[in-house]
Design a protein. Structure first.
Length: 583
């Protein structure tokens, strides 16, 4: 049966493929029948996973501190007993042998049967043992999925290039696992247009829709689906005529993309000859390659926190960081690389700090110990990062960018720590660029309004529109329930951006925009009209924005841009914006 779901478009294009569902919870597993000849190897798969969990429990027991409460040891013993219990083991194997269920299915089926028995037990203590059985089953399922808990498919479902990933939510760190894979598209139940998951999806340059509410509940494994990344529509099991229409649109878009490639080597300037810098946003050093291929003239934002994610037990050491930063600098071969210091918190928790479960415990993480606030609270870790960045500055053109600054004392403390890092490198006899420039993200409204604090202290600014919108409008950028209120064209947002661009220009301080607005071709002319000459965006957006720039004349943008800024009502803003974009 065909049906359509609606979400938020985050990455343009049309994807047509088979759904690959990522289970939201360990117990939501694939169900399939194994071939009769494969039954014994399926039983063996179960035995191997059982052995892995045995070892895990033995290690846990051995690592128990001498003064650990005695319940801890008892608890591990109970889990070991459950793991060997015939009610779990033999019955699961029987289900594999008699019904040909895959192990995961057999195991969860047997768990369900046992749970039903427990629900009928009156004794509360015994009833609670149900949770223990569930935990043991989860451990075995994890072992079956592989030790690293990868979210990537294991080859059972065909080639990645035909798949569209469907998930309840994907953490930005997990999203990184998809880099280097060739999926057709992404669909998630949760998320907003500028959530970091959406940003990483966009960087992969494949169609994606987020906030598609019930997608992961309604779409089944292997369903044929269409993702329209321009409108956020997801069509499940499309009728042949619909499939034909979308296949046609897909080939038209591929043609457009090929045409855009022709712009790669032309200089980026407006019709009246103003030179515009187009830089790239990257998450990992090797992304610089993609930036070069798209014709970027520098890296405007290297989100270094992605290097720190997926580190389960400790953060990367100075040497490891240095190698990563140096690689980006060397790949860019003399072009500027703007390295942003770690921006953790909110929707980018660090596994190494959260005990590996990936969840923030702060009451309101977006307003909590995020970005520079976290770095200043962990000066040794911050100094490690600063030393690594500074050392990389000896190998090319490097700038340091600091996220989420709002207060004068935060800027001063940061600059002090940079001086301290330089002193430490001097003492160690390690080289760096002594004149390395330091800039601030303007992404908290307070920073834009109190701009003189920043203009006086820093060498350059970069406007982070994603957070600027979030904090100006008090809209969580990752929360799809308020996504309709996340509005880059709200007059308050436009005023803060225009004011920052104007004042920085007046003070002769270079300023760029590195939020997602910079990569939206519908807003290119408006930003040009406000005086922006340096854009930074995902490489996949670069050529379509360049096309807009090549067709723009700054002189003719002045008046309609002033009209957009003078307007307050949404319809007046839209009408004036049409005069800016000329459509
Ligand atoms: C921003 O806030 O606009 C930005 C570029 O930083 P991030 O998206 O990483 O928060
Ligand atoms: Mg930000």
């Amino acid at each position: 049966m065909s049906f359509t779901l609606h979400g938020i478009p985050v990455s343009r294009g049309i994807a047509i493929g088979r759904a690959y569902l990522i289970a939201p919870a360990a117990l939501d597993v694939d169900h399939y029948l194994v071939e009769p000849t494969q039954i014994e190897s399926e039983v063996e798969r179960f035995r191997v996973a059982q052995g892995v969990v045995h070892q895990e429990l033995d290690t846990l027991r051995a690592d128990l501190a001498a003064d650990a409460p005695s319940e801890m040891g008892a608890f591990i013993n109970v889990h070991t007993m459950i793991l060997n219990d015939q009610m779990l083991v033999q019955e699961t194997i029987d289900l594999i042998r008699t019904r040909r269920y895959n192990v995961e299915w057999a195991l969860t089926e047997q768990l369900e049967r046992l749970s039903r028995h427990f629900d009928d037990i009156e004794d509360e203590y015994l009833r609670e043992r149900k949770a223990d059985i569930q935990q043991v089953v989860e451990r075995v399922l994890k072992a079956l999925a592989g030790a690293n808990g990868s979210v990537l498919p294991n080859g059972q479902h065909g080639s990645c290039s035909e798949m569209i990933v469907v998930a309840h939510d994907i953490a930005p760190a997990d999203m990184m696992q998809f880099k280097g894979q060739t999926f057709q598209g992404f669909v998630t139940d949760l998320g907003g247009r500028t959530s970091h998951t959406a940003i990483v999806a966009r960087s992969l340059g494949i169609p994606a829709a987020v906030g598609v509410q019930q997608a992961s509940a309604l779409i089944r494994q292997d369903d044929l689906i269409i993702v329209d990344g321009d409108s956020g529509i997801v069509i499940v099991d499309p009728a042949p005529i619909v499939l034909e229409e979308y296949s046609y649109r897909q080939s038209e878009k591929a043609l457009e993309q090929r045409k855009l490639q022709r712009l790669k080597f032309s200089p980026t300037q407006t019709l009246d000859g103003t030179r515009i810098e187009l830089c790239a946003n990257i998450e990992l050093p090797d992304d610089a390659q993609q930036a070069l291929e798209a014709g970027a003239t520098g890296i405007g934002l290297f989100r270094t926190e992605f290097l720190f994610m997926n580190h389960k037990h400790h953060l990367p050491e100075e040497e490891e960081q240095f190698v990563a930063y140096k690689r980006a600098v060397e790949l860019m071969n003399g072009m500027p690389v703007t390295i942003r210091t770690i921006d953790v918190g909110a929707d980018k928790p660090l596994d190494a700090l959260s005990g590996g479960d990936g969840y923030e415990t702060a009451p309101n993480p977006a307003l909590g110990l995020r970005a520079i606030r976290w770095s200043l609270s962990e000066p040794q870790m911050f100094l490690t990062q600063l030393r690594a960045i500074l050392r990389a500055s000896a190998f090319g053109s490097l700038k340091i960018l600091v996220p989420m600054l709002a207060h004068a004392q935060e800027i001063d403390q940061t600059l002090d720590l940079i001086r301290e890092a330089k002193r430490q490198l001097d003492d160690a006899g390690l080289s760096y660029d002594p004149n390395v420039r330091v800039g601030a993200m303007i992404e908290i409204p307070a920073a834009a309004i109190a701009l003189p604090l920043f203009l006086k202290r820093l060498d350059f600014l970069s406007i982070g529109t994603n957070d600027l919108i979030q904090y100006t409008l008090a809209i969580d950028r990752a929360d799809n329930s308020v996504a309709h209120l996340y509005d880059p064209l709200h007059p308050a947002v436009l005023h803060l951006i225009a004011f920052t661009l104007r004042e920085a220009k007046r003070a002769n301080v270079p300023v760029s925009v590195c939020g997602e607005m910079a990569g939206d071709p519908a807003l290119t002319r408006l930003l040009l009209g406000m005086g922006l000459t340096e854009f930074s965006m995902h490489p996949s957006q670069l050529l379509v924005v360049k096309q807009e720039i090549l067709r723009s004349n700054l002189k003719t943008l002045e008046k309609p841009t002033a009209e957009v800024l003078a307007a307050c009502e949404p319809d007046e803003i839209q009408a004036a914006l049409k005069r800016v974009t000329g459509v």
